[in-house]
Design a protein around this ligand. Structure first.
Ligand code: SAM
Length: 286
């Protein structure tokens, strides 16, 4: 069954009396090329366990199941669980779980389902209203995924992949790049979905790092400093770092030790720069 075909989606909708839920971010993929870009971008092989977030009626699930050893898909909408019993019938390497991904114990799924499979890849056309919480849960909790290949709103993707000097570089870019190496797989037009969303999309692949990109003395302190620095993006570091509670004198000393000009702004600092500033402030009790 071509689950990406709009006429098939309409038939399924009518058969089950299904209505798209805007609040659950239900925009289903109708573009076979994009589906191929996602599964190829994720480099799924027969040795992989795929964890899929938000399968909808199963369009990516079906494509992933052709390549993966096993696919476990987590979907919150009970109505879609019923529909997938029909659309994914006969795919014996697929398991669908009815749950909220933000509450799902992904590490436990991996423990139960991995068996002899050697890779764990997360895949999904994400529900956009919870893009960042989903990604940060996967990166911070480290349930055991090797990579995360996901569709999100284009502006969010632009932020997550941005580097120093870019206008959209911010705390989210630093957090995601601290834990993973980010690659853009595809830009996707709004016309590739049903119903058509009001925004364009992009697919990113995050390769989870075994070791974080930089090694500040304290991770928690590092993220506190990053948040403070970006909290008033247009201010110089000498001013914005005041949010850490440190005095101008202390900030001046710390920036000097880190080799960073006090007139620079947060958006010009690399992860290495932030790590040095974090350690220098921490040495001074801030
Ligand atoms: N993968 C399908 C596709 O590409 O056609 C559907 C993608 S749609 C953008 C997002 C899916 O995530 C919907 O099926 C929605 O019901 C589901 N979803 C929304 N919130 C969720 C949550 N908290 N946990 C799990 N699934 C969720």
């Amino acid at each position: 069954m071509k689950l990406y075909d709009p006429s098939v989606i309409r038939l399924i909708k009518n058969k089950y009396g299904f209505r798209f839920s805007k609040s659950l971010g239900q925009n289903f993929l109708t573009d076979k090329d994009v589906i191929d870009q996602i599964t190829e971008g994720a480099e799924i092989t027969g040795d992989d366990l795929v964890i899929e977030i938000g399968p909808g009626i199963g369009v990516l699930t079906q494509a992933a199941a052709e390549k993966a050893g096993k696919v476990v898909s987590v979907e919150i909408d009970r109505d879609l669980i019923e529909i997938m019993k029909f659309t994914l019938d006969g795919l014996d390497n697929v398991k669908v779980i009815n749950d909220n991904i933000l509450k799902t114990d992904i590490a436990e799924i991996i423990r139960q389902e991995k068996g002899d499979l050697t890779g764990v890849k997360v895949l999904g056309n994400l529900p956009y209203y919870i893009t960042t919480p989903i990604i940060m849960k996967l990166l911070e909790d480290k349930p055991g995924a090797d990579s995360i290949t996901v569709m999100m709103q284009k502006e969010v993707a632009d932020r997550l992949i941005a580097g120093p000097g870019s206008k959209v570089y911010g705390a989210a870019s630093v957090s995601v790049q601290y834990y993973s190496e980010v690659t853009r797989i595809a830009d996707v037009s709004r016309t590739s979905f049903m119903p058509q969303p009001k925004v364009d999309s992009a697919v990113l692949r995050l390769d989870v790092r075994e070791e974080p990109a930089v090694h500040p003395v304290s991770e928690k302190h590092f993220f506190g400093v990053v948040r403070a620095a970006f909290s008033q993006k247009r201010k110089t570091l000498l001013n914005s770092l005041g949010a850490t509670g440190a005095s101008k004198e202390v900030i001046r000393e710390a920036l000097g030790e880190a080799g960073i000009d006090e007139k620079r702004r947060a958006e010009t600092l690399s992860l290495e720069d932030f790590a040095r500033v974090s350690d220098a402030l921490e040495n001074r009790g801030f």
